[in-house]
Design a protein around this ligand. Structure first.
Ligand code: FE2
Ligand code: FE2
Length: 251
């Protein structure tokens, strides 16, 4: 399945989600959402994913903007479903590679040889410019990776949350957005109780994003939350017991 959705477009600024599935491997394959933000003549790609999918992704990007116009590629964390293609990104694009600082040296294991292409992201996050707009890179550490970031696009009012809000559910192909939070909750619970490190981090992250005007929360897996279900998700996530809070469950 090849899927492409325009989340925002006013002629100046555009946000697109891509999703490529291998139908032959639907039981064993973990589908991802890749996002492209274009502002005027520059773009940033978020969480490009595995190298096997990279050529298809490049083709899809080129339908919107030349790959040469990629100013940045953002990696929310180090997992293979996020960063496996980092060596291909370095070869095929001129982009600066934004990656949590604690993971830079690990990238050699994905075949990245030129570490000067990486712009390390330090713990407190940073604001980056894309032409005349800016994007906020905000801490999401231990949610789930120890070095982990989310990205907020204030122009489009979209919070790109990485694995936070991710779900693996049978609803994915039926609906683009999470319309009914309660129906999705068991799938969110399954993922977040195991992959997130503890409520202390959930609470800190929700506090840091609460002030944002949010139209969508766009995770790296599964459905995108609309304005209403984004708020329901934040309220749920803020009180979630997960990871270390459930130590007796794991040991
Ligand atoms: Fe991950
Ligand atoms: Fe992931």
């Amino acid at each position: 399945m090849e899927n492409e959705n325009i989340l925002f477009d006013d002629g100046i600024h555009k946000c697109i989600s891509f999703h490529f599935d291998d139908e032959n491997m639907c039981e064993s394959f973990l589908g991802v959402n890749q996002y492209l933000i274009i502002h005027k003549n520059k773009a940033i790609l978020l969480d490009p994913g595995s190298k096997d999918m990279f050529d298809v992704l490049v083709e899809a990007i080129n339908r919107h903007i030349s790959i040469d116009k990629l100013e940045y590629i953002f990696f929310s964390h180090q997992d293979p479903d996020v960063a496996d293609s980092i060596a291909s990104c370095a070869v095929a694009t001129p982009a600066k590679l934004l990656l949590p600082s604690i993971w830079t040296r690990f990238m050699s294991h994905y075949g990245l040889l030129d570490m000067s292409r990486i712009l390390p992201l330090y713990d407190k996050g940073v604001s980056i410019d894309l032409e005349d707009t800016s994007l906020e890179i905000i801490p999401a550490h231990f949610l789930h990776s120890p070095g982990n970031f989310s990205l907020y696009d204030a122009y489009a009012k979209i919070l790109f949350s990485g694995d936070i809000g991710a779900s693996i559910s049978p609803f994915y192909s039926q609906q683009k957005y999470v319309e009914d939070f309660e129906r999705m909750q068991p799938f969110l619970e399954e993922f977040h109780t195991r992959y997130m490190a503890g409520n202390i981090f959930c609470k800190a992250w929700v506090e840091s994003v609460r002030g944002y005007d949010i139209e969508f929360i766009a995770p790296q897996h599964g459905n995108i939350f609309n304005k209403q279900t984004s708020q329901e998700f934040l309220a749920w996530f803020e009180t979630l017991r997960c990871g270390g809070d459930l130590i007796e469950k794991w040991y």
